[in-house]
Design a protein around this ligand. Structure first.
Ligand SMILES: [Zn+2]
Length: 363
């Protein structure tokens, strides 16, 4: 058997679920079965509590070299209970170069009872030296109808809503469920996709950029605000420090500083993910206008917003719509490269100002 595997597929295609199911099949207790889903081995793997299965699901932008060294060390040890030692890296695209280097040897030739399962959006997201050492399994995006069916059957969602959500989420199962069950999420998406037709001036572009970043920041702080105070209390408890003391001893302060740094990084990561999802929604409007303009028989992502799609298709030529998609793709790259979110969004929105308004401003 190959010992190093790589699962790729777009967000929502179930990369990490597939990796866990694979791990469960390896640890299944029932003789002759490969993943019954019911035995102790299968269940603990799927719950994330199997002692021989390590799952690396990082909230941070990068997986650092010290973490990679820990994993290489874990990979070298024999399984304690199960048949295999399995290490799953859910975001292998976040291995930085040093971290990837630290894993090369064990990926190339793992100990006989060790299996590596790496997940990433596409092959291109991985460092070549890592990808060349793994066997590749590509997962596709499920069709919209299949995602809608899942929402109807599994979550009891009304069929019309399920179809709207599956299409708007472009088959991302998690996002589709959120859209189907959360009125606020639907409102946010409606506001977002109404941006393109409103970009008729520099002022409108800058306002839209500021709104987008503000919403993403508020979202990131909201969740981290709660976790942050809980995590702080938990850390103080572990250190045996008085949580109500006005000043903490130096050793405790240094632990608190490390915690705060981690929390800041995680909040940035969440803000980045929210913005990234917003860019996908924004792209979908230009994509729909492009499809409408070419007369291709493809369903629009935003079927409920036909009026705005028509307006956009009238206002922009095919070349201009393609240019808009490139502008958004460039913004996405800049965010990944750690560009300041507000500056990146401003540059993008200015690049998306409607062509007529642009030439009007010039003349
Ligand atoms: Zn089983």
């Amino acid at each position: 058997m190959t010992h190093s595997w790589l699962f790729t597929g777009p967000p929502g295609s179930g990369r990490s679920v597939a990796a866990r199911a694979f791990a469960a099949a390896l640890q299944c207790d029932r003789p002759g079965e490969t993943g019954c889903g019911e035995c102790e081995g299968c269940r603990t793997v799927m719950l994330g509590s199997h002692p021989d299965v390590t799952v690396v699901a990082t909230n941070e932008t990068f997986i650092r070299v010290d973490r990679a060294r820990e994993l290489a060390l874990a990979a070298a040890s024999r399984p304690a209970m199960g048949k295999w030692r399995v290490i799953i890296i859910e975001d292998a695209d976040r291995l930085n170069e040093q971290a990837a280097d630290a894993l090369l040897k064990t990926l190339e030739e793992p100990p006989p009872r060790t299996v590596w399962l790496l997940c990433a959006p596409t092959l291109d997201d991985l460092i070549v030296t890592v990808r060349s050492r793994c066997r590749h399994v590509r997962l596709g995006t499920p069709p919209v109808d299949a995602v809608a069916e899942l929402l109807i059957v599994r979550d009891g969602i009304d069929p019309a809503m399920a179809h709207y959500a599956a299409r708007a989420a472009q088959s991302h199962i998690g996002i589709a469920k959120r859209l189907a069950t959360n009125e606020d999420a639907r409102g946010r998406r409606r506001r977002l996709i109404s941006i393109p037709v409103k970009l008729s001036s520099l002022g409108a572009a800058l306002d839209s950029a500021a709104d987008l970043v503000e919403e993403a920041t508020a979202g990131a702080e909201n969740t981290s605000g709660q976790d942050a105070s809980e995590a702080r209390a938990e850390l103080l408890r572990q250190l045996g420090a008085d949580p109500h003391a006005r000043t903490q001893p130096p050793a405790v302060r240094s632990h608190l500083r490390t915690l705060e740094d981690d929390q800041k990084r995680q909040a940035r990561r969440r803000q980045h993910d929210t913005l990234d999802a917003a860019l996908t929604d924004l792209s979908s409007m230009y994509r729909d206008a492009l499809v409408l303009g070419t007369g291709a028989q493809v369903d629009p992502v935003n079927a409920s917003e036909l009026e705005q799609i028509r307006t956009l298709a009238k206002a922009m030529s095919s070349e201009e719509l393609l240019g808009a998609l490139e502008t958004i793709a460039l913004a996405r790259q800049r965010l990944i490269a750690n560009g300041a979110p507000l500056l990146v969004m401003e540059a993008m929105m200015v690049g998306l100002i409607l062509p007529r308004a642009r030439s009007g401003a010039r003349g």
